[in-house]
Ligand binder design. Sequence first.
Ligand code: NAD
Length: 307
Amino acid sequence: MSTDSILRSKIIDGKKRSLTIREWIKSEILKLKESYNFIPGLAVIIVGDDPASHIYVKNKEKQSIESGMNSWKYILPSDVSEKEIIEQINKLNEDSMVDGILVQLPLPKTSSVSERNVINAISPEKDVDGLTIINSGKLACGEDGLFPATPSGCIILIKELSLNLAGKKALVIGRSNLVGKPIASMLLKENCTVTIAHSKTKNLIQECKNADIIIAAIGIPNFVKGDWVKKDSIIIDVGINRIDNLDNPKKRIVGDVDYEEAIKVCKAITPVPGGVGPMTIACLLLNTLKASCIRRNIESPIYNFTV
Ligand code: NAD
C-alpha cells in the first residue's frame, strides 16, 4: 500500500456514517407514519443573532426536514428574559406534536439568563440535547435516557472500530457538561478505564502517551501534538476552531489535534471537518426519534441504536 492509502485508511469518516444513520432515520419515520400515523417533530429555540449559532440551527432544521421530521424554529431577541424563554419552553412541553426541544447554546454573552434554569425547564422526555439534570443523572448512573448528541456520535464511531472496548485506556481531554463529562460516562459504560484531563491536569503529554483512545474536546486549535499519541491509538477530535488562512480571507476550520502529524502515528482518527461534527446532528435526530417512540410507548429498533 502507498503511504497515501495507508493514511487514508486511518480516517474515520463521520460524514459517511452520519449519512447512513440519517437514511435509516428517514426509513424509520416512514414506517412510523404508516403504522401509527404520526411524524416526530423537533423544536429549536435560538436566542439572539450570533451568526455561527444561526448556521448550526439552520443545519439542524434542514436535516430534520430532509429526514421527514416536523421542524419548528423560535427566534427570540437577545434581551429576552429568562421568564419569557421558560414560557416558550412550557408551551412546547405541553404541545403533543413536539417530541424534542432544544435551546441552542451558548446563550448570548450579554444575556443575564441562567442557562441551567432554561435547560432544566425542558421536560426530560423531550430533552433531545440530553442536558437536563435528570438525563445527566441517568447517564451518570448508567440508566437509559436521552443523552448528548456529540458524545453519542463519538461512541458510535469508536464502537465501530474497536469491538471490545473493555479495559481500554480512554483519555477525555475537557470536562464540559456538553462533551467531556457525558463522554466519560459513556466510555465507563463501555468498561473503558477512563481518565478525564482538563486545564489544571499535570503531565498531560504522559496521559496522552498512555491512552488507547483519546477524545479531544478542548477548543484550542491543533493542541494535541502528533508525538503525544501512542501508536495504534484511536483519536476522536471534537474540537471546532476557526482560524485564519494565510492566502484566503475566509477562515478555516481545524480540530483540537494536530491532524497531519497525529494521523502518521495513530491507528485511526476523525478529521475536522467531516468527523464528529456531522455525527452530532445525526444523533440529535436519533434522540428525537427515540423520544417520539418512548412518549407513545412504541417499540422501535431505535432502542438498540443509541448508547
Ligand atoms: P468548553 O470550553 O466548555 O470546555 C473546554 C474544556 O477544555 C474545559 O473543560 C477545560 O478544562 C479544557 N481545557 C482547556 N484548556 C486546556 C488545557 N490547556 N489542557 C487540558 N484541558 C484544557 O468546550 P466544549 O463545549 O466542551 O467544546 C470543546 C470543543 O468541542 C470546542 O472546540 C467546541 O467548539 C467543540 N464542539 C464540537 C461539537 C461538534 O459537534 N463537533 C459539539 C460541541 C463542542
